[in-house]
Design a protein. Structure first.
Length: 263
């Protein structure tokens, strides 16, 4: 499963301060710690407090790329920011993200094709907002898949995000997301990939780590291909590794946890 580390985000105080002070040491430390604990890619998000979003994103990506050649997930709701920084990234790229609106798809899908990038697409639009059930999610996902094929994108580079919501606010949505993951696999052959922003499911809850790891195990059983999460949560990472083992994606040995981490 694709593990995208979530911790280089301006929503976190230390990252916001590092961006403000242009302190690369903090960024380097957070990047390395996530990679050492199992991240396959790093999400880079300047957060809402940035006053110069394009320049700050350029600086942040540059800082991360100084310590790794792993894929970088360029995380911004603004296509203009993504378009501006794409030419500067030498690492493999994940565009995070588009949604089902034509104005975003028509900009970002061709960019993903041009830069040989993977792209995350949220199953929402202005009209529907975040869907209330799996059927609307699947309808929007089908539209995204169709547009991706028209743009000439390798469908296996498309990651559909059914949008996880906090279980303490909209509890019935958790099962709708899980069912959506399974249904998205029926949209094409080969099927699109699926990804979730895992921490959203436990937002505002007291037992965050427990909720996150139980949900991700259930999602993996439905066919989840990737997650944006905190790789420093060792129990969570152990749950991911073990779930993939039980799903026959890894070979068993008594030391499978340490073996997978070394991999």
């Amino acid at each position: 499963m694709l593990i995208i580390g979530e911790l280089i985000n301006g929503m976190y105080t230390q990252i916001q301060e590092a961006i403000s002070k242009k302190d690369k040491k903090i960024i380097h430390k957070v990047a390395k710690s996530q990679l050492e604990n199992g991240a396959d890619a790093l999400d880079v998000n300047i957060g809402p407090a940035s006053l110069n979003q394009i320049d700050d994103m350029k600086w942040l990506i540059e800082a991360v790329c100084e310590v790794t050649d792993k894929p970088i997930s360029i995380d911004s709701p603004k296509p203009k920011i993504i378009e501006e920084v794409l030419p500067l990234v030498k690492n493999k790229i994940i565009i995070n993200s588009t949604d089902a609106q034509d104005e975003k798809l028509d900009i970002l899908l061709p960019l993903a094709k041009k830069y040989n990038a993977r792209i995350i697409a949220l199953t929402m639009d202005k009209k529907q907002g975040v869907p209330r059930d799996r059927y609307v999610r699947s309808e929007l996902a089908a539209k995204i898949v169709s547009k991706a094929l028209e743009a000439g994108l390798n469908i296996e580079d498309l990651y559909l995000d059914p949008i996880v919501l906090p279980v303490n606010v909209v509890q019935p949505q958790a099962i709708e997301v899980l069912e959506s993951i399974k249904e998205f696999k029926l949209l094409s052959d080969p099927p699109p990939k699926t990804v979730v922003g895992l921490s959203n499911v436990s937002q505002g809850s007291k037992l965050r780590s427990l909720i996150n790891r139980i949900f991700v195990v259930m999602a993996i059983s439905m066919g989840l291909d990737g997650a944006i999460l905190d790789p420093l949560d060792r129990d969570l990472m152990d749950a991911v590794i073990t779930a993939e083992l039980i799903m026959n994606k890894n070979i068993y040995c008594d030391s499978y946890l340490s073996a997978y981490r070394k991999k």
